[in-house]
Structures are given as C-alpha cells and as structure tokens.
Write a protein that binds this ligand. Structure first.
Ligand SMILES: C[S@@+](CC[C@H](N)C(=O)[O-])C[C@H]1O[C@@H](n2cnc3c(N)ncnc32)[C@H](O)[C@@H]1O
Length: 245
C-alpha cells in the first residue's frame, strides 16, 4: 500500500533541487526582467511561475496535456509577473518566429520522439542569439538499442541519449553550446524523495514505475525490462545551455 495516491507527475514535479537548477540555468542563460521565456512541458507550471516571480518577466508555459494546463492556470492566479499557459506540442509551436528570448525544458527533452523537429521549432521561435536551457536525464554511455527499446512504458528512459548526442543534435541544427554541467547527484536526491513520498524503499522504485506507468501491459515483463535497463544504463542528469547562431 503506497503512502500517497498522488500521480508520479505531481510528486516528481516537487523534487528537491528542481527550482535551484532552473534558477541556475536562468542565470547562466542571462534571463532578466525583459526576457520572454517559453517553458516547454511545463506540467502544472511551477517553474514558469518561479521564473515570472523571480525576474518579473513574461513566461509562457506549454504542455500537451490539457488537464495539466488547466491546473497550471488555476495555480498561477497569484503569480507576480506575466505568466500564461497554452496547450501545445513542442514539435509544432503555435507562436510566430522570433517570439522568445529563452526556452526552458526540464525533464522533457529526453522523452520527445522527434527531437530534431523540436530543436527546429526552438530555433524558429527564438530571437537572434536566444538561448535554450535543457535540464534532463542523460545516459553516461550508450546502451544496446534492444534494451532501451523495451522501456517504452517510461518515455524519458526510452528516449534518453548521451550528453554528447544532445550536443551534436543542437550543434547540427543552428545552435552553439555555451555550457554543460553534470548534476547527476540530483538523481539520487530525486530517488530518495520519491521513495519517501510513496513510503517504499529505493529498491522498490522500479516496481513503482512499472505499476504506475505500465497501462495494462504485462507488469512482470516490464519489471524484467526495467531491471535490465538499470543494470546496463548509467543514468545521469545534466544542464545544457545552447545559443541560437
Ligand atoms: C516528466 S514530465 C516533466 C514535467 C516538468 N517539466 C518537471 O520537470 O517536473 C514531462 C512533461 O512533458 C509533457 N510533454 C510530453 N510530450 C510533450 C510535447 N510533445 N510537447 C509538450 N509537452 C510535452 C508531459 O505532458 C509532461 O507534463
């Protein structure tokens, strides 16, 4: 019996260290009061609100899930600064070209299936020299494709790539990398946070992911795939800042 019935997206969204990392990225990327920020995959809008309140700048949050956007709107009534939320797909942004100075994307890029289309959209909607902040899972080394492809039920692990692959993807699509920093210690903190919130041991987390995310598929098989994935993959977490050239 779990200690909370709250969905993973909500508990994960409150992980410790998330806000500090977002603010660190914003500082490195030169966010200020005149910035116009697009947050991609904002879920309930916590980071969008944080940035609007901290900098007094305009922030637009988008997410594909209408229910998340409705909750983000509800929670943002008290935000100081201009914050708005729109249901939209990262690969098809409903904004004119050169609308934003910054894009921030936390724990989202890894799960996107058409990463090239998304990078092209970031490039289109950014001002000249606009910046992208990516905080996300990374693979410390490549793993066998057949092992990773079994992780479809956890999209961010299914789609996660090495830091080098992200760097190459952005570099080949109109960006230069300004910085990369390794924040893999965040993963251990997040794992501890999840295990505490759900009242289970860290060893049981893979079982939790399987039971919460399997959606009717065979949980025994997914547990087997998940154990194999974690045996092979050294997961990390990193922050990238890219600049449009
Ligand atoms: C793992 S959650 C991360 C949420 C939040 N950014 C955080 O750090 O806690 C991934 C979010 O990306 C959203 N998402 C997935 N695919 C998307 C897409 N193509 N365009 C926009 N948002 C997407 C999901 O609905 C979800 O809210």
């Amino acid at each position: 019996m779990l200690k909370t019935e709250k969905p993973l997206i909500e508990v994960f969204g409150r992980r410790p260290g998330r806000s500090q990392l977002a603010l660190k990225g914003a500082e490195l990327a030169g966010v200020g009061s005149q910035s116009r920020i697009l947050e991609v995959g904002c879920a309930f809008g916590d980071t969008a609100r944080l940035l609007a309140e901290t900098y007094g700048c305009a922030v637009t949050g988008i997410d594909v899930v209408r229910e998340y956007i409705e909750r983000a709107v509800e929670r943002s009534r008290l935000a100081n600064g201009q914050v708005e939320f729109v249901v939209a797909d990262a690969a098809k942004l409903p904004f004119p070209s050169q609308s934003f100075s910054h894009v921030i994307c936390e724990a989202v890029f890894s799960l996107l299936s058409d990463k090239e289309a998304v990078v092209a959209e970031f490039h289109r909607v950014l001002h000249e020299h606009g910046r992208v902040i990516i905080n996300d899972f990374i693979l410390k080394h490549r793993i066998a494709e057949n092992i990773q492809k079994k992780m479809e039920f956890v999209p961010c692990f299914y789609g996660v790539k090495t830091a080098w692959e992200y760097t190459r993807l952005f570099s080949q699509n109109g960006f230069r990398q300004l910085s990369f920093s390794d924040h893999s210690a965040e993963l251990a903190r997040t794992a501890m946070w999840l295990s505490k919130a759900y009242g289970i041991s860290i060893k049981e987390l893979d079982r939790l992911f399987v039971s919460l995310l399997s959606q009717g598929n065979c949980q025994c098989e997914n547990l087997h795939h998940s154990r194999r994935f974690f045996q092979e993959a050294r997961l990390g977490y990193g922050q990238f800042i890219f600049e449009k050239i």
